[in-house]
Design a protein around this ligand. Structure first.
Ligand code: IPE
Ligand code: IPE
Ligand code: MG
Length: 240
């Protein structure tokens, strides 16, 4: 790169809707779980790619509140893969001083998975080189209703006044209030929707949609998304 060229703008926080595992498998005549398995490899690759690129926060939509309607066997398979992912990833989290967090209704998950997640979250809570945030049993509307319920309780208990309920107060009651809003939101597999992901936090994120299916989304594809982000012009309501 020439000296006078500005360094590429790197997003601080990238959030990803990892979609298309089922279709990836179907195209190959494989069971859906194989797609999820290959998708888990993409997760590992993208965590590494974030580290290489200097992205500090990575939020991955791994399981939505809506996903509970899927066949029991698929849910069981996904939970098994989550457990395997955790045990394979733990070393790397420690090695790179990355903190693991979960957003979503953790209590909905199988007790064994909850235990593992809590253990790894606790073991990594002091790390500050980066954060890996897994959205599990997550829904944007569920997050907002959970926040509003907690605010209502605090108003009832006289801790805050109704007049104090502003954007800052709402943001402070979300699942991970200290995490900055995503700069870039990526969705794979060609679907052009948000599917109840981070409804509050995405209000000014740059959106990037690609037809690539999640199991095929690796470092080169991620780099392309970062390059596109670097070309975007964020106005935040201002002119020019
Ligand atoms: C994303 O892939 C993984 C989860 C939602 C857990 P899908 O399983 O939704 O894959 P498609 O959309 O059926 O291809
Ligand atoms: C969104 O994918 C949720 C996750 C990636 C975990 P879905 O495949 O569930 O989304 P819809 O139902 O097609 O909108
Ligand atoms: Mg899908």
């Amino acid at each position: 790169m020439r000296k006078e060229e500005a360094a590429p703008r790197i997003p601080v926080h990238v959030a990803i809707i990892m979609d298309g595992n089922g279709r990836w498998a179907k195209r190959r005549g494989l069971p859906r779980l194989k797609g999820h398995q290959e998708g888990a490899e993409s997760v590992r690759a993208i965590i590494r790619a974030c580290r290489n690129a200097g992205v500090k926060y990575l939020t991955l939509y791994a399981f939505s509140v809506e996903n509970w309607v899927r066949p029991r066997a698929e849910i069981r398979g996904l939970m098994m893969l989550l457990k395997r992912f955790l045990s394979r990833q733990e070393y790397e989290l420690h090695e790179n001083k990355v903190r693991l967090r979960v957003i979503g209704r953790l209590a909905d998950l199988p007790p064994e998975i909850q235990r593992e997640l809590k253990r790894v979250m606790k073991a990594t809570e002091r790390y500050d080189a980066g954060q890996l945030i897994l959205a599990l049993s997550y829904g944007g509307r569920a997050e907002l209703s959970d926040a509003v319920r907690r605010i209502a309780r605090r108003v009832r208990d006289g801790e805050i006044e109704p007049g104090d309920v502003d954007e800052k107060a709402i943001a402070a009651h979300l699942y991970a209030p200290d995490v900055p809003d995503p700069d870039l939101m990526i969705r794979t597999s060609g679907e052009l929707r948000i599917s109840n992901f981070l409804l509050w936090q995405l209000s000014y994120s740059e959106l990037y949609f690609t037809d690539v299916l999640w199991p095929d989304f690796r470092e080169p594809q991620f780099r392309e998304a970062l390059a596109e982000y670097a070309r975007r012009h964020r106005r935040f309501g201002d002119i020019e």
